[in-house]
Design a binder for this molecule. Structure first.
Ligand SMILES: O=C(CO)[C@H](O)[C@H](O)COP(=O)(O)O
Length: 216
């Protein structure tokens, strides 16, 4: 599996153009992308990072990490996913970086998602759906999610996001209308971000393999 993650991460380098500021996601697949980016660091203007974890790796490669407010709209965002459906809609947040990932995806013209083949599904929901919540609203959000979806929210105890918040993982969903569910869950007070990337799906998906598959 880590070999297909490496193949996907390295293939994504083909989308990087000279002088770009590159949006960078989080996770083990992205780590391969960052390592490949390090090999061409002199050709890029820097990166915007979605997590402390990725920032640290970018810095180790000597890549400057810029603030999104200063960088402005980005031409490219490269990130992994926990699940991907045939419409390039995603579940993300297994690494608890979903809120910053969502912000950077929205700020980017092109979102290239890098996955291993096990992440491909027909219908999203086998992977528990992460929701970042304001700590004081954890129980409220859990009750609302159960009532509205029938899914079972489980607190990812001990995990604090880079934004100081908590994560609920919703089990047992079969997400037939991801756009509607994303909108519904976003309305619950206390929800910071939902790990459904349906309103802003990936533009390109690279599935690691020999050779990697590029889906547009
Ligand atoms: O959404 C994420 C982090 O919040 C990751 O992209 C997702 O969890 C996939 O991770 P990995 O590449 O390690 O399988």
């Amino acid at each position: 599996m880590s070999e297909s993650k490496r193949l996907a991460g390295e293939k994504a380098i083909e989308f990087v153009e000279d002088g770009m500021v590159v949006g960078v996601g989080t996770g083990s697949t992205v780590a391969f992308f960052i390592d490949a980016l390090g090999r061409i660091r002199d050709r890029i203007a820097g990166a915007v990072s979605s997590s402390e974890q990725s920032t640290e790796r970018l810095h180790r490669h000597g890549i400057e990490v810029l603030d999104l407010n200063a960088a402005g709209p980005l031409p490219l965002y490269v990130d992994g996913a926990d699940e991907c459906d045939p419409h390039r809609r995603l579940i993300k947040g297994g690494g608890a970086a979903l809120t910053r990932e969502k912000i950077i995806a929205q700020a980017s013209t092109r979102f290239v998602c890098i996955i291993d083949p096990a992440k491909q599904v027909d219908v999203l929901g086998r992977f528990p759906l992460p929701i970042e919540v304001i700590p004081m609203a954890r129980s409220l959000v859990a009750r609302e999610v159960l009532a509205r979806t029938g899914g079972q929210p489980v607190w990812r105890e001990g995990v604090v996001t880079d934004n100081g918040n908590w994560v609920l993982d919703v089990h047992g969903l079969r997400i037939v209308d991801p756009v509607a569910l994303e909108a519904e869950l976003n309305q619950i007070p206390g929800v910071v971000a939902v790990g459904l990337f349906a309103r802003r799906p990936a533009d390109v998906v690279i599935v690691g393999g020999e050779p990697p598959l590029v889906l547009r």
